[in-house]
Design a protein around this ligand. Structure first.
Ligand SMILES: [Ca+2]
Length: 292
C-alpha cells in the first residue's frame, strides 16, 4: 500500500464503513482559516458550505485580521468579515439547500459559530474549549487551513497551552484524546514532544510530492474532471455563494482531506459516487428539490 493509498483509506474509511449501518454519524469539525490570504481558502469555504449538510460544523475560526494586499482581491479586508460574507451568502441559498437535505445548518446557527481567532481575542480559543469539553462523545476534527505570516497563532495551540497550564498533564491528555488534527505543523511542542500524541494527525504537508505539497496534484486531476466548468457550474447563475468563488488562484476543486474535515468531498476521486459530484452539489445552491 502506498502512502497515498494509506492516507485515503485512513481518511475515507469511516465514511465507507458506515454505509451499511444506516444514518452516518457526521464528523464534528472546526475549521480555522486564514481567509484574506491565499484566496484558496475562500474557494474552500464555498465548498465547505455547499457540503455543510455532511458535517457538524462546530465552528469556523478566522485567524487573519487584515487581508493580504495584491494576493487577495476580496473587497472585504478582514478575515472574519470575509468568512461572514460567505456564511451570509450561504444563508441566501439556504432555502434551496435545505430542500435537498434537512441537515443543512441554519445560517444563523453557523453565523453564531463564526468567530475571530485573532491574537487579541479569546473567542476562537473558547469555541474550541466548548466543543471539545462538550458532552458529545464524538471526537472533534480540527482543520487548519493556514497559519502563516500575517495571521494569528492557531487558536488550537493557544487552547492546548491553556489546558496544559490549567488542567495539568492528565487533563491535557484527556483533552487531546478528543481531538483529531488535520493540519500542517503549527502547534510547537504539542505535535513534537508533549505526550500523548494526537490520536490521529493528518499532516497536510507530508509526504511531499515532486518537491511540492502532495495535494497540489489535485488541481490537475480535478479542475475540469467530468467536464466540470467552475464558471458555468458554480460562479454563474447559482446564487450569491457560488459567485464568491475567487478565480485568481489556480487550485480549483483541489481540496485535500483537511479542507473538509477528514472526509474528502466533491469531485475528489476518493468519493466519486457516494457523495456525487461537486457540480451536482453546487447545483443545489440554485435549485430546490425533494429527492432526500
Ligand atoms: Ca490558507
Amino acid at each position: 500500500m502506498t502512502r497515498w493509498t494509506f492516507l485515503f483509506c485512513l481518511v475515507g474509511a469511516p465514511c465507507v464503513a458506515q454505509e451499511s449501518r444506516g444514518p452516518e454519524p457526521r464528523a464534528r469539525v472546526i475549521m480555522e482559516t486564514d481567509a484574506g490570504g491565499d484566496p484558496d481558502d475562500e474557494q474552500s469555504l464555498v465548498r465547505l458550505l455547499v457540503y455543510a449538510n455532511e458535517f457538524d460544523i462546530e465552528g469556523i475560526i478566522a485567524n487573519r485580521p487584515v487581508a493580504r494586499d495584491r494576493e487577495n482581491k476580496n473587497p472585504i479586508r478582514d478575515g472574519l468579515g470575509i468568512v461572514r460574507a460567505h456564511v451570509n451568502a450561504y444563508g441566501q441559498c439556504y432555502a434551496n439547500l435545505v430542500q435537498h437535505d434537512s441537515r443543512f445548518p441554519k445560517p444563523e446557527q453557523l453565523l453564531a459559530r463564526t468567530v475571530a481567532g485573532y491574537d487579541d481575542t479569546d473567542e476562537g480559543v473558547n469555541l474550541i474549549l466548548r466543543a471539545v469539553d462538550g458532552a458529545d462523545p464524538r471526537p472533534v476534527w480540527f482543520c487548519n487551513w493556514g497559519t502563516d505570516h500575517g495571521s494569528a497563532a492557531s487558536c488550537l495551540k493557544r487552547a492546548l497551552d491553556r489546558v496544559l497550564r490549567d488542567r495539568g498533564r492528565d487533563g491535557y491528555a484527556r483533552f487531546k484524546s478528543r481531538l483529531r488534527l488535520s493540519s500542517s505543523d503549527k502547534f510547537g511542542e504539542h505535535t513534537t514532544t508533549l505526550q500523548p500524541p494526537f490520536p490521529l494527525w493528518v499532516d497536510t504537508f507530508r509526504p511531499p510530492l515532486d518537491g511540492k505539497r502532495w495535494y497540489h496534484r489535485f488541481s490537475a486531476l480535478t479542475a475540469t474532471a467530468g467536464g466540470f466548468d467552475i464558471e458555468r457550474d458554480v460562479r454563474t447563475g447559482h446564487g450569491p455563494l457560488g459567485a464568491l468563488y475567487p478565480t485568481n488562484r489556480d487550485r480549483r476543486s483541489n481540496d485535500p482531506p483537511h479542507r473538509t474535515g477528514g472526509g474528502t468531498r466533491g469531485n475528489h476521486p476518493c468519493h466519486p459516487t457516494r457523495h456525487g459530484s461537486w457540480r451536482a452539489a453546487a447545483l443545489r445552491l440554485s435549485q430546490g428539490g425533494s429527492h432526500h
